[in-house]
Design a protein around this ligand. Structure first.
Ligand SMILES: [Zn+2]
Length: 362
């Protein structure tokens, strides 16, 4: 399958879409991140520690799929690693935590904010960004994403210990959350100054499957709001991703100050659009595993028609994207099928109006 080439550059498209003008294709992102290196023959381990490999993978993604996003994700573990967490880096799968950076809340007494110039993998990632921006900065915007305050805190001390403390040791939990919020804001601010890139926050720990509405309101929301407010000072707007069930907390998410909500495929895009579409842009909702990885091209097409039909006219805009990270093992053919269906059915997109490509499809 050949990729359908579009007319506008990602930068032109982003600018026009934000201004409420018609664009050639609905904004479309492949949340490929750190799961794609094997597609180009690299071992995961080599990708994590080489700016050359990062640049090569990103450049080939740009050439092969031409999606609207570009740039290496900081993911869920770059920050905690820079704070002393021990990670394992297997050859053929994503990194995982071996030993949390904190054993006890008292460790906070002597912890310092990380320095993106020297800690963890930040310098490698920064170097790769510099080279990619040199090469493509005139035609595409670059961005990244990382774990938000709550997920970072849970990873830093260990999820179980953290969640127990939300009941038994609330003060220390707040102290840790303030620390992780400060880490995130400072690192994003420094990288924004150095590279001019924007960040979105990922909070898989914020879903209903993992924390109650009470925990969400008491511990999650205040630090999300604070992080977004402080990040907006240097980058203007900040998006949020939560995987899993979120419906019972949509109101709080919409009111938190986030500019966009990247939604899991287990939730209803249409219902969120109908209730909060005037407040927040939407992203996501295509099943990463069942559709993008395992679906036939016709199924991918059907799902894209469904998603655009539900949110393509969202007043604050819609970005077509899988509901979570693109899984490792997703074929080139399926990603091209995804991009091509976006080009066909998302043709002539404009905020608040159904794309022209959907004519006769609803
Ligand atoms: Zn996710």
């Amino acid at each position: 399958m050949e990729l359908i080439r579009t007319e506008m550059t990602p930068l032109e498209r982003a600018k026009a879409y934000a201004a409420g003008e018609e664009v050639d294709r609905i904004p479309t992102t492949l949340s490929e991140g750190e799961t794609i290196p094997p597609l180009y023959g690299y071992k995961m381990h080599d990708y994590y520690f080489s700016a050359d490999v990062m640049v090569d993978v990103e450049s080939r993604m740009i050439e092969d799929f031409d999606s609207d996003n570009a740039g290496m994700g900081l993911g869920l573990r770059t920050m905690v690693e820079a704070l002393g967490t021990e990670l394992a880096y297997p050859d053929n799968s994503v990194s995982y935590i071996v030993k949390p950076g904190m054993q006890d809340f008292s460790d906070l007494d002597h912890m310092e904010l990380p320095d993106v110039r020297k800690d963890g993998r930040f310098p490698i990632i920064t170097e790769a960004f510099r080279r990619l921006i040199d090469q493509y900065g005139d035609v595409r915007g670059f961005g990244s994403g990382l774990a938000g305050p709550f997920t970072t805190a849970a990873e830093l001390i260990g999820t179980e210990k953290f969640l127990i403390a939300t009941v038994k040791n609330k003060e220390e939990v707040h102290r840790l959350l303030q620390f992780t919020t400060d880490c995130i804001v400072q690192c994003c601010r420094d990288l924004n100054e150095m590279l001019g890139i924007k960040f979105m926050l990922s909070e898989p720990m914020g879903a209903k499957n993992l924390i109650s509405k009470r925990q969400f309101k008491e511990f999650f929301l205040p630090y999300l709001e604070q992080a977004v407010r402080r990040m907006n000072e240097f980058q203007g707007s900040t998006g949020l991703h939560i995987c899993g069930q979120t419906r019972d907390r949509w109101q709080e998410i919409a009111d938190s100050g986030v500019s966009s909500f990247w939604m899991d495929n287990c939730e209803s895009l249409k219902d969120f659009r109908d209730q909060f579409g005037g407040q927040v842009a939407l992203t996501g909702n295509i099943s990463p595993v069942d559709i993008l990885k395992n679906g036939a091209p016709e199924e991918i097409e059907t799902e894209i028609i469904r998603a655009i039909g539900e949110a393509g006219d969202n007043p604050m805009g819609y970005t077509l994207c899988p509901g979570c990270t693109t899984p490792m093992g997703t074929t080139k053919e399926n990603m091209i099928a995804f991009m091509n269906a976006a080009a066909v059915y998302g043709k002539g997109a404009r905020k608040g109006v159904m794309p022209k490509g959907m004519a006769g499809r609803l």
